[in-house]
Design a protein around this ligand. Structure first.
Ligand SMILES: *[C@@H]1O[C@H](CO)[C@@H](O)[C@H](O)[C@H]1NC(C)=O
Ligand SMILES: *[C@@H]1O[C@H](CO)[C@@H](O)[C@H](O)[C@H]1NC(C)=O
Ligand SMILES: *[C@@H]1O[C@H](CO)[C@@H](O)[C@H](O)[C@H]1NC(C)=O
Length: 444
């Protein structure tokens, strides 16, 4: 409950002036650490991003911290004041001409682990490669040496992994030209997306692509350039917390000991969702930080929270009260026609349900109600409870089956079993484990 209260507070703030197509609400992740302030005397006065500025570049690092660059300053994350860039990327000060960067992106290149997750900065006709906030040997070098066919004096750059682009690629922007650079073949396709404003920075965040121009941004499709929805939007409503822009308060990151889950599931593509109160959190997005969203943003019929969620055969089943909602897993989540249906009709049971999970490639959904577990074969019709067993532990509110076994959540702790069978029949309960910052983006 506490998690939902604190998160709902910050999301309510985030939402108060949000547009209906809101796609970009975020809470500060646990990653926004305070860094020591260096002596800033010889730098220009700290810019304020709430004034409505145009960023030079935006890029995440290998840990999922997002950096916004302006002149010789940067912001680390969606919260907090400007800091001197060289406090984070030390060598930037050694190159005295480097008062700013033109463009930056984080490399996605699984073929070449040596380059993967490096941040590349572009200035004039030079490129700088950083990893772990250290400049790699041999850099800076001419852009042409690393990215043949890509011009100097760029405006913006953004990674585009295979799956979202046809191959692992980088999109470079200069004026109204877009250079689609294929990392493996080093080939460049040049195009113009006349309807897209000239981007002065570009950012990929949670599988979406954003072109920033002035203090606005426009979301676009990385292959077609298509823009859907009402754009531009003012970045101050979405990517930073500014007074008078709906983000009046500081996000309060909950304590791990206060986190309780209503449901948790992982779909076939590995997307993992934890649900609590009115919000859900993606847990598999290490590269972009962990972020909370209102459940109704993705599953719009579920504005009153959920009781249990499981994934089965490219679909996500959400149980609330006596109803089952079935959605296609693929984005955007769409409710399957004819749903919601009653639990009785769909699964042959009465609600409420505390937790539910299916193990990969199995057809059995394990439904936990109070201190009993019922197994229902999803491949059979009609669906009936094939087996019911009492459970050794009480108070389970959420459960998930993954490659490493079953985890069931009781309050802010969880129990780990290798199989559903062991959950049902173990004579001794394992020691409960605590939810950690690593798991849920909470603080100790
Ligand atoms: C990252 O840099 C820090 C400090 O510069 C260093 O202590 C650490 O060993 C580095 N980690 C890796 C993985 O290189
Ligand atoms: C976009 O870039 C092109 C080419 O550099 C330039 O001619 C045009 O004026 C720019 N548009 C805006 C709105 O700045
Ligand atoms: C930002 O968007 C507003 C309206 O949506 C528009 O009036 C303004 O010209 C835009 N500014 C830039 C630099 O794109």
């Amino acid at each position: 409950m506490l998690l939902s209260q604190t998160l709902c507070l910050c999301l309510a703030l985030a939402f108060s002036s949000a547009a209906p197509t809101l796609h970009d609400v975020m809470m500060a992740g646990p990653l926004d650490h305070d860094h020591d302030h260096e002596d800033q005397a010889h730098h220009k006065a700290n810019p304020d991003r709430c004034d409505g500025i145009e960023f030079d570049a935006i890029a995440p690092d290998e840990k999922g911290h997002t950096f916004f660059f302006k002149g010789d300053h940067l912001w680390n994350g969606f919260n907090g004041p400007a800091q001197v860039s060289s406090a984070f990327f030390k060598e930037l000060d050694d190159y005295h001409h480097l008062g700013h960067v033109d463009a930056a992106f984080r490399m996605h290149n699984k073929e070449k682990p040596k380059d993967h997750d490096h941040i590349y900065f572009f200035l004039d006709d030079k490129v700088f490669s950083y990893y772990n906030h250290s400049l790699e040997e041999g850099y800076p070098k001419d852009i042409q040496l690393d990215f043949p066919g890509v011009p100097g004096h760029l405006d913006a750059a953004v990674e585009c992994p295979k799956g979202e682009c046809n191959s692992d690629s980088v999109l470079f922007f200069k004026g109204d030209e877009v250079y689609n650079y294929d990392i493996a073949t080093q080939s460049v396709k040049e195009r113009q997306w006349a309807h897209l404003p000239n981007c002065t920075s570009a950012f990929r965040w949670l599988e979406q692509y954003y072109c920033f121009h002035g203090h606005n941004f426009t979301r676009f499709h990385p292959v077609s350039g298509e823009v859907n929805g009402v754009y531009p939007k003012d970045a101050r409503h979405y990517f930073m917390r500014c007074p008078n822009f709906g983000h009046g308060g500081e996000a309060k990151v909950p304590k791990c000991s206060e986190v309780t889950l209503d449901a948790i599931t992982s779909d076939d593509s590995g997307k993992t969702y934890a649900f609590t109160g009115h919000i859900y959190m993606r847990l598999d997005t290490h590269r972009d930080g962990k972020h909370a969203f209102p459940i109704a943003r993705t599953w719009k019929e579920l504005d009153k929270g959920v009781d249990a969620v499981f994934s089965y055969s490219d679909k996500i089943y959400i149980i609330k009260g006596n109803q089952v909602y079935i959605y296609k897993s693929a984005a955007p989540s769409t409710l399957i026609e004819g749903y919601p249906k009653s639990l009785k009709e769909e699964l042959g049971i009465e609600g409420p349900v505390n937790a539910a999970f299916v193990c990969a490639d199995h057809h059995i959904v394990h439904i936990i109600q109070g201190q009993k577990m019922q197994d229902i074969d999803l491949s059979a019709t009609p669906r009936v409870v094939a087996r019911e067993v009492p459970l050794p532990i009480a108070g389970i509110e959420a459960g998930m089956c993954g490659p490493d076994g079953v985890k069931v959540y009781v309050g802010s702790k969880f129990y780990h079993y290798e199989t559903p069978r062991l959950l049902a029949f173990s004579k001794m309960s394992p020691e409960p484990k605590k939810i950690t910052p690593d798991m849920m983006g909470c603080v100790e």
